[in-house]
Every structure is written in C-alpha cells, then in structure tokens.
Design a protein. Sequence first.
Length: 216
Amino acid sequence: MSVQSIKPHGESDETLYFQVLPAGAYYATFSGEPDEMRALLLQLLSSDTPVPYIPALLERLTGLDAEGAQQILVDMHSRNFIELLPNPNEIVNGSLEKILPDLIAPLGEGKVLLADEQGFSLAQKGFSTADEEAVAGLAADIMMLTERHSKLINDNLGLYGCSWALVNAVGQSDLGFWVLSIGREKFLLIIEGMPYLNRQPFVDLTSVLIRRYLDH
C-alpha cells in the first residue's frame, strides 16, 4: 500500500491534512509508554492548526527516513488511527471551563465526568454536586490502584490495560473509568453505561487536554 492509496480518489492534487480518528486518540492517551505511533499522534493532536500531509514534514515529525515515515503512515491508516482529508474537522479552542462540558456530554448516554488524578472534577454531566465530588474522589483512588498494580497488570498478566469498570451480572459496564495519559498528567473519564469513545468529541477532548497539559 502506498500513500496514494490512502488519498481520496480524484483528489491527489489537493492539499491533504492529517485527521486523527477516535481510535488514534484512544491509542495516543491510553498509555504513557513512548512509541513511534503514539509520538506522532500526540504531535498531531497538539497542533493548534490542521497539519498538512507533506512527506518532508512527516519525516521531521517522526524522525524517520522517507521509507520509514511512509510505512508508519500506512500502518496507522490500516489501524484506523488517521485519515488524510482535504477538509479536516475544525480544531476546538476555548477555555477548559467552557468547552469541556460540551465535549464530554456526547461520550455517554447517562452520567459523564472528567476528573484529574488528584480527584478534582473538571467537568461533568448528570451528577449531583455531592456525587460529583465523591465519584471524582473514587477516580483518584482508582488511579492509585492502577499505579500500584501496573507491573502485575501489564508485565505479569500481559493485559496492558488501565481502564476499570463496575460491571453488572452479564459483564456490561455500569460505571466505567478510562485513564487518559497526557505527558506527566493523568485524567479519568467516568461514564455511566455504554461509552461512546468512537465519536469526534473524544478526539476533540484529547486534543484540548494535550494542548493544555502535554508540556506541563
């Protein structure tokens, strides 16, 4: 597969831009372990403007030669991490206090909350004030549990996961906790019932957090 096969048919002469897809946003943030794909995704998500597909720029962003940069692009496209589009989605900007509630609301049918690892609620939908504080505190405890047992989970059991859930009798999540790793910072996205992390607002949420916290 070549980069030409990634481009939309009949649009090879247009300027194309990288569009990170929900699977790519999830891969970029579900772990803090460095790798080439995650590094490129973080750079794309941290940009304030759409990043054009230019082979020389891709080589600079990846630190790879032309062949290696081409291959990582093909691999990421095959995993539905990125697309090349002539008209990428507009990048969301604004103060966190104003934009976070609208970004997290579509990610679940019921209650949704975003907390930092210290147990501070950054935004929520559907929780009472008392429950918001309590669930954010629970999220901090889950973060400590994740850190304490990461060697067992990742190395011994080989599960490579950092998300937790309270499940019902048939194994479906009643309340899920997704850890988002942004540089040295970690956040927990708490969703009641079915999560919808396969939506554009999840990409926008990760981009907003990455642009705010990646260098901190």
